[in-house]
Design a protein around this ligand. Structure first.
Ligand code: NDP
Length: 334
């Protein structure tokens, strides 16, 4: 007989009949209402990514099933498993795969998931470190790996990171600086210059330099970059990329459109590299986490991280969508 057990979770539900929108609250959730999965995880930490903010505020229809436990990222310990790769006590990380969108998510003391989605927590990392990195940081790593596959290296010239003071941006700066790149950070928060330089940025440019009208080709300023902003910002980054360079597109904090021309591609041979973290194949995830353990300075993670409790997640979701969060937020759960 299955035991009934309730645990705390951030639950998103549809508003009552006749009312628009959704409700979000810290609630008791019953074990028996968890979805199918071959591994049960005791969640220790989660995090707040931009997408979590979109889900929590309902600004964009991220959530595809109701009720939903929000949260796209978790780190914790396997409690029970019928999956051959995992046993009770294993330390695991899960990013994406529809968690918090189509599958009950991470802002809960317990998650039941598919063992095929899990990555082993790197030995040198705690669950908190892994969530300080989270989807934002793992996406920054995927972007750096894509740039490397495209042939970028520090000798080719400086690289730009947009949305620099955000999660993807902060981790991208720390990674690229550690790998020897000269990093230019683009931010709408010049007051964060000292923070960005502490992460390893050499130069800070104002966001507005990249939000003006896009010329098909601009002055060649960088060999490549990591873009978390999209829209006019990405279009300007492309038009200012040096001959043969590469830019990884991973975000849309500034908009989903891309008002560019083919000029950077056909006249300068530039590559635009698409980055997806959600359905990324497991081998690439494992490599990304291996690289994060090797190439991300733990002291820098500490400077970019603030910790909150599960009850504070709803407020943090509003702040991240408003562009007010610096670096990364970890959520202490277990
Ligand atoms: P954050 O909110 O932490 O960072 C986004 C940053 O973008 C902000 O800190 C701000 O940086 C900048 N920004 C915000 N609003 C605007 C605006 N209107 N115009 C220009 N710049 C803006 O979010 P994350 O780092 O968690 O995510 C960044 C983006 O990457 C999001 O769009 C997210 O959806 C996407 N993403 C995509 C993934 C994928 O799989 N492809 C995975 C993870 C994230 P500053 O103040 O320095 O200017």
């Amino acid at each position: 007989m299955q035991t009934m057990a309730a645990f705390k979770a951030i639950v998103i539900d549809k508003a009552q009949a006749g009312q628009a929108g959704q409700t979000v609250r810290l609630a008791d959730f019953d074990d028996k209402d968890l979805m199918d999965g071959d591994v049960t995880v005791a969640v220790q930490y989660s995090t707040v990514n931009y997408k979590d903010g979109l889900a929590l505020t309902g600004k964009v229809p991220v959530v595809r099933r109701f009720p939903m436990i929000a949260g796209i990222d978790l780190a914790g310990t396997v409690e029970a498993s019928s999956h051959p790769a995992w046993k009770a006590g294993d330390k695991v990380v899960l990013n994406g795969w529809g968690l918090g969108e189509t599958h009950l998510g991470a802002y809960a003391q317990k998650a039941r998931v598919r063992g095929d989605w899990l990555v082993r927590l790197p030995q040198g990392m705690t669950a908190r470190d892994a969530m300080a990195i989270g989807t934002a940081g793992y996406t920054a790593m995927l972007a750096v790996m894509a740039l490397e596959r495209a042939g970028l290296d520090p000798a080719r010239g400086p690289v730009i990171v947009t949305g620099a003071a955000g999660g993807v941006g902060s981790v991208a700066i720390a990674l690229l600086a550690k790998l020897g790149y000269e990093v230019i950070a683009s931010t709408g928060r010049p007051q964060e210059a000292a923070y960005l330089k502490g992460l390893g940025a050499k130069e800070i440019i104002e966001r507005k330099e990249l939000t003006s009208a896009v010329r098909p080709l601009g002055k060649e300023r960088w060999a490549g970059g990591v873009d978390a902003v999209g829209s006019t910002t990405l279009a300007n980054v492309l038009s200012m990329t040096r001959y043969g360079g590469a830019v990884a597109a991973c975000g849309l904090a500034g908009g989903m459109d891309l008002p560019t021309t083919v000029a950077p591609f056909i006249l300068r041979g530039i590559s635009l590299l698409g980055i997806d973290s959600v359905m990324c194949p497991i081998a690439q995830r494992q490599e990304a986490w291996r690289r994060l353990e090797a190439d991300l300075d733990r002291a820098k993670i500490a400077t970019m991280t603030t910790e909150i409790a599960l009850a504070d997640v709803i407020d943090a979701g509003q702040r991240i969508v408003a562009g007010e969060v610096r670096g990364r937020i970890v959520v202490k759960i277990g």
